[in-house]
Design a protein around this ligand. Structure first.
Ligand SMILES: [Zn+2]
Ligand SMILES: [Zn+2]
Length: 438
């Protein structure tokens, strides 16, 4: 990227640009007082303005001073790159924020690959910059005219979306943020990579297991082929990414997919969402262990511990055990009925609804205890010291409407059935089948 100071036209200009690069606020201020036109000068070769140099080097104080003196935020260099693009490439989050606050345009395209600031943040894996740009995009006039969904899925000159770039460059955090903001998981590229590649093909090519996991958990299709007819599985095999290939094998068990169709899922508060996402990833990792054991690839995959399950119990001995699996503590409360269960059972309930074959409507999951509609899912509140029923022993449940009858009827839905649901090999238990047991 070389945002250095190649060839300023005079040593006087060179000193000014050097002071900007070094973040020497006093020297920059002095030079600008002497010659305000320095604000408009650029380096000879790359056509970098002082604003570009400050942004690329993370000199937020200098950047702020230049903007205060009416530097134009969207000035472009030789490659039609804005200071915002350079800040996003170099991961200079404070400069990204400052430029956005100053009204920098998020929808400018450079002349190298026709990329926006969002592409650059995704390509270089700066998830904080990516998140900040997306947050800003929700409130700018650009998305008013363009639409936020269209912005998240903006294509560069080769047809690549930010998601394609993040998947190819192996940045799972960026992949996660983009999917969370409405990136289309099954979109294929134009010319980028191999024509017609999906993000799953690109993650398979890069061999990023974490990206493959993220994409599968958001419903990426293992059976979608690129223009040459190749499956992501074949791409991973060809690149010798054995573990990725095992998960991408169309005959391997289906992963749990984040149930984004439900309103109560899209409206989750951040804390509850993080808890359910972690449970989803854990469920999928359990499934992965089985897949990997069954393949000849004996590559060890990180983070396959079941520690979290044990920790749940040992750390929170005061909490109630989930009455569905009798294995984990209740962490999720269903509203409005206030029944409680663990995050894993909540996901099992939400992930496996299939469309009604005649109407193609997804049946909405209901509370497994009372069958009432779920309006919201929240984290169970830890019971405070002032709670007068508080005892120090773990309890089975305090939320059964008809306690004795219910606890026996839940035995059929032990943890084993969650695992069976989670692996879904061949026959995935329909959630209404679960409900019918009640
Ligand atoms: Zn449970
Ligand atoms: Zn209920």
């Amino acid at each position: 990227m070389g945002q250095g100071l190649s060839c300023a036209s005079s040593s006087y200009e060179h000193d000014f640009f050097a002071a900007v690069q070094a973040g020497d606020l006093q020297a920059v201020d002095f030079s600008l007082r002497e010659d305000p036109s320095l604000l408009l000068r650029t380096t000879i070769y790359d056509h970098l303005s002082a604003l570009h140099i400050a942004a690329a080097n993370g000199r937020v104080e200098v950047l702020a001073m230049l903007l205060d003196r009416s530097a134009i935020p969207d000035v472009v260099n030789r490659d039609k790159q804005t200071p915002l693009m350079l800040a996003a490439m170099h991961g200079k989050i404070e400069c990204v924020q400052k430029l956005l606050d100053s009204g920098a345009n998020i929808l400018m395209f450079d002349s190298v690959n026709g990329r926006t600031c969002l592409h650059h943040a995704a390509y270089y894996g700066h998830s904080d910059c990516l998140q900040t740009i997306l947050s800003a995009a929700k409130s700018t006039h650009v998305t008013d005219s363009w639409g936020f969904a269209r912005f998240v899925n903006v294509r560069d000159g080769t047809g690549a979306t930010p998601l394609h770039l993040a998947a190819r460059q192996k940045w799972p955090d960026c992949v996660h943020i983009l999917l969370d903001n409405g990136s289309l998981v099954c979109a294929s590229t134009g010319r980028y990579g191999y024509p017609g590649s999906t993000s799953l093909h690109l993650a398979a090519r890069g061999g990023s297991l974490d990206c493959v996991r993220e994409l599968l958990a958001r419903g990426a299709d293992r059976l979608q082929r690129d223009s040459a007819g190749r499956l992501p599985y074949e791409v991973a095999l060809k690149q010798n990414h054995g573990t990725c290939a095992a998960l991408l094998n169309p005959s391997a068990a289906e992963p749990l997919v984040w149930p984004s169709a439900w309103k109560f899922i899209t409206e989750l508060d951040l804390e509850t969402k993080a808890l359910l996402e972690a449970a989803l990833m854990e469920g999928n990792k359990e499934r992965e262990m089985k897949i990997l054991k069954a393949t000849t690839h004996s590559l060890t995959s990180p983070d396959h511990s079941e520690k979290a399950f044990d920790d749940d119990i040992s750390e929170e001995c005061d909490a109630e055990l989930c009455s569905i699996c009798f294995d984990r503590v209740c962490t999720i409360e269903v509203q409005d009925c206030r029944h409680q269960m663990c995050a894993h059972c909540t996901l099992a309930l939400c992930c496996h609804n299939k469309p009604n074959p005649t109407t193609l409507c997804l049946p909405s999951p209901a509370c497994p205890f009372c069958r009432s509609n779920i309006s919201r899912l929240v984290i169970t509140k830890a019971r405070g010291a002032g709670d007068d029923n508080n005892t120090s022993k773990p309890r089975r449940s305090r939320r059964f409407p008809n306690c004795s009858e219910s606890s026996s009827s839940f035995k059929g839905l032990s943890m084993g059935s969650f695992r069976k649901i989670g692996c879904g090999s061949g026959t995935i238990t329909h959630s209404s089948d679960i409900l019918d047991k009640f």
